[in-house]
Design a binder for this molecule. Structure first.
Ligand code: AMP
Length: 451
């Protein structure tokens, strides 16, 4: 087993860890140390609780030389204020024998107090994106000395809609810097951000076990489209005895809402949903109602369902097939907990077959396919994303120009239409709005008022 002595730490860090009673690095700490220390861009996949904060902070602190300059050299961005507090706390634990200045800033509190704190000078700033940007724009906070940018919990950050804020921040950071990013799950959004802004990053991750638990039975349905998936789901959920606590996964919040609206017609009292556009209170209530059994069915996105610890889930239903096989493993692991039996189902369309192949590849097994029950109606209706997109230049089926509906289907009313009125504008307007023809025409005004 590895020991912190085996990592190339310095004495102050080693002693701080020793005081905390930590002797063994966690797997992500062991893997990330040299990569982060090398100065290359890094993408780490690890969940909270795996020791990921130390995984990036140990090498950063080791290489951070003592300095008296005021501008921070390390920026850590996190999605929530709770996380700001937590990360600052972790850094302080490690800094027991190091002379450094750490500051946490987040929105919803007095910015002036934070400006004063920034003006005192600092080495490391931990922040939520919005507040960081405000401080930078106010020029109190200078980012020109940032050498290392850490973005923690990127998946949550993007799910909460912070992409633009992140890009704005990238714009005002020095070009030459090390980017370090940690995410608990891989999502398409995370992948896109990496491709757009990272320079061939090294990836470190705790290998997710591709071996599913024996007590989870897995099966899949081959389903042509969204509405047929809904029909199948309704058919299955009608069996309230078997399907007594059902967690349904979808990849996007839009899809979660769409599915919720459809299922609401059938299972109104038994249904709840969680995704990042719902308020914290709404989410907590939904989870509680599902946990206690008040609601039988919960629809969730990958990111929001993370950290959910709910027992006795009878079925996990993958309404879509996850693009990243790791997400499939996380999803099905929500059932079959505490050695109870659990069932996992996955619905996949033709388009999703490649994703199925990747999942089966990771698990080194095939998921048995079930026949669609005969009573399930095959729908031919397609949702927007499923309709073929016509991109060809010379498509014979494309509508000819003269058939095009044109910019508007009705003539504008005379009052709302615009025309170039040139010099006679004043009079035309007056006629249009039936205003007095001349300013001083009192009799005209009186006449019209009385009407
Ligand atoms: P994190 O995943 O960064 O949220 O860390 C989870 C918790 O594990 C924190 O309270 C850390 O202080 C603690 N921790 C971090 N590294 C270790 C370690 N090597 N051994 C024991 N606990 C650790």
């Amino acid at each position: 087993m590895a020991h912190f002595k085996d990592l190339n730490l310095n004495t102050p860090l080693f002693n701080a860890l020793d005081d905390l009673g930590y002797t063994t690095p966690t797997p992500i700490q062991e893997q990330a140390f040299n990569v982060v220390a090398s100065g290359k861009d890094v993408v780490g996949i690890a969940q909270t609780g795996t020791g990921k904060t130390f995984a990036y902070m140990l090498p950063i602190l080791k290489n951070l030389k003592y300095s008296t300059q005021d501008n921070p050299r390390v920026l850590v961005l996190v999605p929530t204020r709770e996380l700001v507090v937590q990360v600052v706390d972790e850094i302080e634990k490690l800094s027991k024998y190091i002379n450094n200045r750490v500051l946490g800033v987040y929105g919803g509190t007095n910015i002036n107090t934070q400006k004063q704190a920034v003006a005192q000078g600092l080495d490391i700033i931990v922040a939520t994106p919005g507040r960081l940007y405000d401080l930078a724009v106010s020029r109190v906070l200078q980012l020109k000395s940032i050498q290392k940018l850490v973005i923690d919990e990127v998946d949550i950050m993007l799910d909460l809609g912070f992409r633009h804020q992140l890009i704005n921040i990238f714009d005002i950071l020095p070009q030459r810097r090390q980017n370090i990013m940690f995410s608990a799950t891989m999502t398409q959004d995370v992948d896109l951000l990496i491709n757009d802004f990272f320079k061939s990053p090294e990836r470190v991750s705790i290998a997710i076990s591709g071996t599913p638990l024996d007590n989870i039975s897995q099966q899949r349905y081959h389903v042509p489209n969204f509405y047929t998936k809904v029909n199948l789901l309704v058919h299955l959920l009608n069996d309230t005895e078997q399907y007594n606590k059902v967690l349904i996964f979808v990849a996007f919040k839009r899809m979660a809402d769409r599915l919720f609206n459809k299922l609401d017609e059938f299972f109104k009292e038994e249904l709840c949903v969680i995704h990042s556009n719902k308020t914290q209170n709404y989410r907590l209530r939904s989870i509680e109602q599902f946990r206690t059994g008040e609601n039988r069915i919960l629809i969730a996105t990958d990111v929001m369902a993370r950290g959910l610890d709910i027992d006795n889930v009878s079925h996990v239903i993958n309404f879509d097939t996850p693009d990243f096989p790791e997400n499939y493993m996380h999803r099905i692991g929500r059932t079959g907990r505490a050695e109870r039996k659990g069932e996992a189902l996955v619905f996949s369309t033709e388009k999703e077959q490649e994703a199925i192949a990747n999942i089966e590849g990771l698990m080194k097994m095939t998921i048995p396919v079930l026949e669609l029950p005969e009573t399930v109606e095959i729908s031919t209706e397609l949702i927007e994303e499923e309709r073929p997109q016509i991109k060809e230049r010379n498509n014979p089926h494309k509508r000819r120009d003269e058939d095009a509906p044109g910019p508007a289907f009705h003539e504008k009313s005379e009052k709302n239409s615009k025309e170039n009125l040139g010099g006679s504008y004043k009079f035309k307007i007056a006629a249009k709005y039936k205003k007095p023809k001349t300013r001083g025409d009192k009799n005209y005004n009186k006449r019209n008022k009385r009407k």
